[in-house]
Structure formats: C-alpha cells, structure tokens
Ligand binder design. Structure first.
Ligand code: ADP
Length: 451
C-alpha cells in the first residue's frame, strides 16, 4: 500500500487569525465560569449585580476584540480536512484495491494520489505523487481528465495504442466529492479526487470483429448461390419458358447451388453447436482406431470416384480416449475428405495412428492423414483453421468446400483438449496430425463404440 509522504501530513502554514465571534465561542467556558463566581459574590458578599454586568461586558469586549491566533485544535482539524482532500482515505483505497481493473486516484491538479495493484502491474511507471501525465500519455485520456476536473461530470473514452502491439483501451473517469469537504461547498465544478478506471478491451474488440467478420462472410457465401438461383428462376420464367433442354440444364445447376447453400448452413450450425459446448469436456469413452476405420470405410466410395487409394495403417489395439464419437467422426471425415479433394493427384492417402508413449500424464494418441498432392504454401499454414479461409477459393468451391471444415476440426479438438498440426511442402503433399490425450481405462468404453 502506498505510504503517504509526511511533508503533506504536517503542513507548516502559520495559524490564521480567528474572528471575534470565533474567539468568544472559544472562550465561552471561561466566561461562564467567571459569571458563576461573580453571582456567588453577589449572593454571599453583597457585591452589586450592576458591577457584575459591567465586568462581564468588559470581559466580553476584551475577549472578542483582542486579536488572537485560532486555537491549535481548530488548525489541526482544518489541516486534517485539507489532507483528506489531498490523500484518499483507507476506505477509498480498500475499495479501489478490491476492483478487478486498473484504477488510479488523482487529485484535481492531476497528481496521482493512489494506484491499485492492477494499475501497478499494468502501468509500471505510475507512482503516487507524480503527475498522471508522467505515466499515462494518451492525449485523449489526459484531455478527458482535464474536462472532468473542470466540469465535474464523469466521462467514458476509448483509444487505441499501436505500439508495441495494437491495444484497445476504455477509461471511465469519474469525479469524487468528499463529504463536508471544501470541494463540495465550491459546487460540482471542482472535485476532490478523480477516479480513473482503465480496461484493456483488445480481446473484446477481437471477438466483436470476429463475429462481424463471420456474419459478413457467411452472408457473402450465401448470397452468391442465392443470386445464381434467382437469376435462373428469372430465366426459366422468361426466355427459357418454352425451352425444355435449357430448363433441364438450369435445374441441374440450381440443384447444385441449393446443395451449396445447404452445406454452408449445415457447417455454420455445426460450428455454433460446438462453440456452445466449447468449455464442456466430453464425458464418453471412445475407441479412436475404430472411429478412423469406420470413417475410412465410409469415404472409400468418394476415394474410388477420385481414383485415390486410402491406406490405413493402424495396429489392432483399442485407442481409448475421452471423446464424443460423432464429433471425432466429423474430425476424421473432414481431414480425409480434404486429403481426397485437394491431394487426389497424389493417388494415395495414408492414415496412421501412433501409440502413446512417455510420461503417463502426457500420453496421447496421434492420428495422421497424409496426402501426396500439391501441398500448401507455408504462408497459408497458420491461417488454415480460420473460418472461411481457403488457399484457393475457386478450387475449394469446385470441390464443394465451405471453408469451415478445418475451423470445425479445431473447435472439436479444443473441446477434446487435443491439437491439430499441419506439415506441408509444396509439391509434396500435406500431413495433418491430430493429437488427443490417451485414457488407459478400458472399462469405460461403451458397447456401441466397439467394432
Ligand atoms: P474447405 O471446405 O474449403 O475444404 P477447410 O476448412 O476444410 O475448407 O480447408 C481450408 C482450406 O485449406 C481449403 O480451402 C484448402 O485450400 C486448404 N486445404 C485443406 N486441406 C488441404 C490438403 N490436404 N491439401 C491442400 N490444401 C488443403
């Protein structure tokens, strides 16, 4: 916790001259005591009452008119009040410390008075006693701070810092008036303290941008086949009304476009379903080798159509993992389908499953799907799992791709605590490797998952 400098706790200002009324107030007990003694003298020693009145009047005038410094107690109280205006009290510090975001308390002159732990961690240079502008340099923040000092109205501002990386900030700047302080008497224009709460909004902005990009991409992907469908419907209603040959041709294209829209909607729904349960780890036990064999068999007609031979090299032992069977089928299906679609020139697709080894805590099964096609240029590798990212849009569309397959794979693997790695050398094909944590317990595998 910040230590308050002693120089500010003990102001060395001269005591001010008290007003006559204040002086009378200060001496009230002495005057009352003298009056009581005089009344005793009137009662028991025959002193005339008029003499007492004259004496009290003289005493009152003398007490009220002789200039005197204000009482040291009053000075101390005033000094303490002044300190309270300059340094936040313990209550304020504890409250600011309890907040989860970086908070800085400054006074009306822009001097930092208190910094909570989060602000210490986020802004190393920020120190109590220093002007706020020493550590926070964003011009919009400092301008807003000045406005709050003069208007006394809270403000919320946003700004971006480009160096070292693009970071979005949001700051809430609010005036604080201490109860009974001079600041409050002077009206709302001059707050005693100003609370600056700063939040890093980069992650929120990134998610927001991802969401808007996704909606824009999805609408764009849907609009293309929709435009094509509309165009053909208009042609069928107009020029091709009496042309059965053209009608057959156009209806086949329309069916293809409708299929493209259906695939896109299916993939979007699939992605959003997986995202909904992204943080829930699957509870079921499955045999990964059975899932791979099952999928490879299911894909064999597609492979035959493309003239590709799928070679499965998997040992005859169950590969037990915690997982969701349907989702893992979707993973293997997407990877094998991609190898067939984009690597069919290589004529072979090799599927392997390596057994877990090493530290029991880190034992994992590794599935690999290798093709011998054109491969993927290295600059595309880091972006392959982004939604709607394609190396070549035309070839993806020609192969009935949606650009969402690997995004779905990545989300499923994240939920399964797994990971995806891609290795590729252009001209020599690509290898997609899926790593999934192993489970040694055989008893957990339900019957329906066995071959
Ligand atoms: P799509 O539906 O277009 O296949 P994916 O997300 O499955 O979308 O794949 C994204 C892109 O990655 C594909 O468009 C393709 O360009 C590239 N890609 C995926 N797998 C392979 C592969 N085995 N060989 C070459 N390129 C691939």
């Amino acid at each position: 916790m910040t230590k308050t400098p002693t120089t500010l706790e003990e102001p060395a200002e001269p005591r001010p001259i008290a007003s006559p009324l204040t002086r009378l107030g200060d001496a009230r007990w002495i005057l009352i005591t003298v009056f009581c003694a005089a009344m005793v003298a009137v009662a028991f020693y025959g002193v005339p009452f008029s003499a007492v009145l004259v004496m009290m009047a003289v005493l009152g005038v003398v007490t009220g008119l002789i200039p005197r410094r204000a009482s040291s107690r009053r000075v101390k109280l005033n000094a303490q009040r002044e300190i309270r205006r300059m340094w936040p009290g313990t209550g304020m510090k504890l409250t600011v410390d309890a907040l989860p975001t970086p908070c800085i308390v400054a006074d009306g002159r822009g001097i930092t008075r208190y910094v909570n732990k989060q602000a210490h961690a986020a802004y190393e240079g920020v120190k109590p006693g220093d002007p706020l502008s020493f550590s926070l340099r964003a011009p919009s923040l400092l301008e807003a701070f000045d406005r709050v000092c003069t208007t006394g109205e809270a403000e919320r501002i946003n700004w971006i810092e480009k160096v070292p990386t693009e970071t979005w900030y949001e700051a809430h700047i609010a005036p604080i008036y201490m109860p009974g302080s001079a600041g409050q008497d002077r009206g709302p224009g001059l707050p005693d303290f100003i609370l600056v709460v700063i939040q890093d909004q980069t992650e929120n902005r990134r998610l927001e941008r991802m969401r808007t990009d996704f909606v824009a991409n999805a609408s764009h992907e849907l609009r293309t086949p929709l435009a094509s469908l509309t165009g053909f419907i208009e042609t069928l209603q107009g020029p091709a009304r009496n042309d059965p040959e053209a009608q057959d041709r156009f209806l086949a294209i329309m069916l293809d476009q409708a299929g493209r829209m259906r695939r896109l909607i299916d993939d979007i729904l699939s992605l959003s379903r997986i995202e909904l349960k992204a943080h829930v780890r699957p509870a079921g036990m499955v045999d990964l080798s059975e899932i791979i064999r099952h999928t490879a068999d299911a894909m064999s007609p597609v492979a035959a159509d493309l003239g590709v031979d799928i070679r499965v090299e998997i040992q005859n032992v169950p590969a037990r993992i915690k997982g969701d069977r349907d989702e893992l089928i979707q993973v293997t299906e997407n990877l094998i389908e991609n190898a067939l679609k984009y690597g069919h020139q290589g004529k072979f697709v090799d599927i392997g499953l390596s057994e877990p080894s090493g530290d029991p805590e880190e034992r994992a099964w590794q599935l690999s799907v290798r093709d011998y096609g054109e491969g993927i240029p290295p600059e595309h590798l880091p972006r392959l799992t982004e939604r709607f990212y394609r190396v070549d849009v035309e070839s993806s569309r020609a192969m009935k791709g949606t650009g969402l397959g690997l995004a779905i794979v990545k989300h499923i693997l994240t939920r399964h605590r797994g990971r995806l790695e891609v290795e590729s050398e252009p001209g020599k094909g690509a290898t997609f490797k899926v790593t999934l944590p192993a489970i040694e317990n055989a008893a957990g595998i339900p019957d329906q998952t066995s071959v």
